[in-house]
Design a protein around this ligand. Structure first.
Ligand code: NAG
Ligand code: NAG
Ligand code: NAG
Ligand code: NAG
Ligand code: NAG
Ligand code: NAG
Ligand code: NAG
Ligand code: NAG
Ligand code: NAG
Ligand code: NAG
Ligand code: NAG
Ligand code: NAG
Ligand code: CU
Length: 564
């Protein structure tokens, strides 16, 4: 990692805490990697897959110069970093910036504020994020510590998804034919598929642990299209954080983690039997939680190894993972997440609401001439929010907003579904399947207290959708199956210690209610973090207007924004 950090002395002597500014150089380039007996060129940062880890302390500023030496347009998103007043460095292409074109560079300014724990960065253009991603670790500010005993060591665990084919072609083919994208060939742990795949045994990721010590696993789901179950044989996991926010600790045999989410897990290395060497190696494994009925998914399992130091190398034990259709296990796990909500880590759940927004989430079809496409009914697969399939504009929404350029987007994203029906019903009429296509955003006044209900539908397929909002974390105050009931469901909300997340898992044929206060002015993308759904239009944009006073206004754009 090329890291040249320097300290900016910005406090008075009375303040022992110093904010750091660190610099990283990201060179985007192609590199050859061999996985599953097959060598191919992939897009990387600095030739590394996964890419370099960014380390910060709470409240730091990090500058990342991205120099694009590859043949692809690229942008980078700092997933879960709120970037107060600074959407200019948020990254999604044609939403907050034009892409960094081949041969050019752009320096992102990452402003950390309240985040503490694990986040990640990834490309936000095309499907390049399959290989262009890495962890972000936000340590407690100097002089403070974790709300649990300091772990002996920290181990980033990045879950990924690998195609033998060129991922750009996988999505281009899908969009051209209208059919579903080719399934991935493997999942990966820290870039490696693991022992269960051909030609992968020698590269399997291995973590050496010492008996009696506690490790902090920083788990990121960087897979494109699959939610994952993850477990370690012979060991319980203690969940202590998600999306860079601490949770009330609870122990579990497995986790379910969606693309976009992170989880911090304590692993106590308490299973070594020095007298029985067959007991000293344990697999960690991940496989899909494929929530949709009858929709094919990658059904393979990735593994890595936890090995006690000085043990012999015998065959590891295998953990038990829930079955890929086990919605019950996935739901029960997710329901256990609660904010720590302690004196040192207080929470601020909006108790009164200024603006209620209800958004339906749907997988759709778009008619094809003569039914000549490869999606269902000879049509084209699509996806929508409130029946609008989002179309990316030619120049970015932020630029158009800031410079008042008309004709780039409309402000008509509706606050509720245009049509009420049994959203989660079976055998819904085909006439509902076809969304509008448009570039519509939703404008919010500064400091609005927002409640958003995300309602899954069973239109083409009911499945879990991990919905990610840029620029904000939010409280997940409620969740349920079936249709949201505005009269009965709010009574069951958790307004005391709801989890604080940036990616919410909306249950299959169910709903989730989130709350946040719109205090971050800017242009913020919201989309499903299943990449195929993002590509099909399951996206919208929130524009949060400036408030009164300089602290409530957008920062000015940096001088070197990439042009379209
Ligand atoms: C992957 O596919 C894209 C789109 O067809 C192409 O531009 C690129 O060169 C391919 N990359 C490799 C390494 O073949
Ligand atoms: C980075 O881009 C700027 C233009 O935005 C250019 O002046 C500069 O030379 C580039 N730096 C490098 C190292 O290519
Ligand atoms: C491994 O290779 C063999 C022989 O080519 C093939 O039959 C098998 O399906 C492959 N296994 C996996 C997991 O890809
Ligand atoms: C291993 O075996 C020795 C001798 O039988 C015994 O003294 C020791 O307590 C055992 N250790 C463990 C961890 O079981
Ligand atoms: C050693 O551990 C293995 C796996 O747990 C177990 O099957 C076996 O019975 C143990 N052997 C002894 C001698 O305790
Ligand atoms: C996994 O999926 C492949 C097709 O993608 C199928 O051929 C295979 O039978 C499936 N395996 C299991 C165990 O379901
Ligand atoms: C591992 O073995 C080496 C050499 O025998 C010894 O020095 C070291 O202390 C052992 N480490 C642990 C954690 O047992
Ligand atoms: C999951 O799939 C298995 C067969 O693969 C089936 O027996 C079981 O009923 C399914 N469970 C659910 C909840 O659909
Ligand atoms: C659709 O089919 C009709 C009749 O076969 C044909 O005349 C027409 O050109 C086709 N249209 C398209 C867009 O392929
Ligand atoms: C909606 O559809 C579900 C599933 O078919 C059904 O159980 C439920 O009764 C329906 N609700 C209404 C209000 O019709
Ligand atoms: C979506 O809008 C289209 C076009 O107005 C309409 O035909 C369709 O029924 C609508 N679907 C839903 C679910 O509202
Ligand atoms: C790269 O971005 C530029 C600027 O938006 C655009 O004109 C060009 O078509 C893009 N290239 C590709 C291959 O998408
Ligand atoms: Cu989705």
């Amino acid at each position: 990692m090329q890291l040249f950090g320097f300290v900016v002395l910005c406090g008075l002597l009375a303040f022992p805490v110093l904010a750091m500014t660190r610099h990283y150089d990201f060179v985007i380039k192609e590199a050859s990697y061999t996985r599953l007996c097959h060598t191919k060129k992939i897009l990387t940062v600095n030739g590394q897959f996964p890419g370099p880890t960014i380390e910060a302390e709470k409240g730091d500023t990090i500058l990342v110069r991205v120099h694009n030496l590859a043949g692809y347009n690229i942008t980078i998103h700092w997933h879960g970093v709120e970037q107060p007043r600074n959407p200019w460095s948020d990254g999604p292409e044609y939403i907050t910036q034009c892409p960094i074109q081949p041969g050019t560079n752009f320096t992102y300014t990452i402003l950390f504020s309240e985040e503490e724990g694990t986040l990640w960065w990834h490309a936000h253009s095309d499907w390049n994020r399959a290989t262009v991603h890495g962890a972000i670790i936000v340590h407690p500010r100097r002089g403070t510590t974790y709300p649990f005993p300091k772990p002996y060591k920290e181990i980033p665990i990045i879950l990924g998804e690998w195609w033998t084919a060129n991922v750009s072609e996988v999505i281009e083919d899908a969009l051209r034919t209208g059919g579903g994208p080719k399934l991935s060939d493997a999942f990966t742990i820290n870039g490696q598929p693991g022992d269960l795949y051909n030609c992968s045994k020698s590269g399997t990721f291995k973590a050496l642990v010492e008996y009696g010590k506690t490790y902090l696993l920083r788990v990121v789901n960087a897979a494109l299209n699959e939610e994952l179950f993850f477990a370690i044989a012979g060991h319980q996991l203690t969940v202590v954080g998600t999306d860079a926010s601490y949770t009330k600790p609870f122990t579990t045999e497995f986790i379910m983690i969606t693309p976009g989410q992170t989880m911090d897990l304590l692993l106590e290395a308490n299973q070594q039997s020095v007298n029985n060497s067959t007991n000293n190696r344990y697999y960690m494994a991940a496989s899909a939680y494929a929530s949709a009925n009858g929709v094919a998914s990658d059904n393979t399992t990735t593994t890595a190894i936890i090995e006690y130091i000085n043990s012999s190398t015998t065959r590891p034990q295998f953990p038990s993972l829930p079955a890929s259709n086990d919605t019950d296990s996935a739901t029960k796990f997710t329901a256990k997440l609660r904010s720590l909500a302690s004196k040192d880590h207080p929470i601020h759940v909006p108790q009164t609401i200024d603006e209620r927004i209800i958004i339906t989430i749907a997988v759709n079809e778009i008619l094809c001439p003569n039914h000549s496409c490869q999606g269902p009914d000879g049509n084209r697969l699509a996806a929508s929010l409130n029946n609008i399939s989002f179309v990316a504009p030619r120049i970015d929404v932020l630029e158009a907003y800031y410079r008042d350029i008309h004709g780039v987007y409309g402000t008509g994203f509706p606050s509720e579904p245009p049509f009420y029906f049994n959203f989660t019903g079976d055998n819904l009429p085909k006439s509902l399947l076809f969304p509008k296509t448009a570039t519509e955003v939703r404008v919010l006044e500064y400091n609005t207290s927002v409640e958003m209900v995300l309602q899954g539908t069973n239109l083409l397929a009911g499945l879990n959708h991990p919905i990610h909002l840029h620029g904000y974390s939010f409280y997940v105050v409620g969740r349920g199956f079936g249709n949201y009931d505005k009269d009965k469901d709010p009574a069951k909300y958790n307004l005391v210690d709801p989890p604080f997340e940036n990616t919410v898992t909306v249950p299959k044929n169910g709903w989730a209610a989130i709350r946040f206060r719109a205090t971050n002015p800017g242009v913020w993308f919201m989309h499903c973090h299943l990449e195929r759904h993002l590509s099909w239009g399951m996206d919208t944009v929130f524009i949060v207007k400036n408030g009164v006073g300089p602290q409530a206004r957008l920062l000015p754009p940096p001088p070197n924004m990439p042009p379209c």
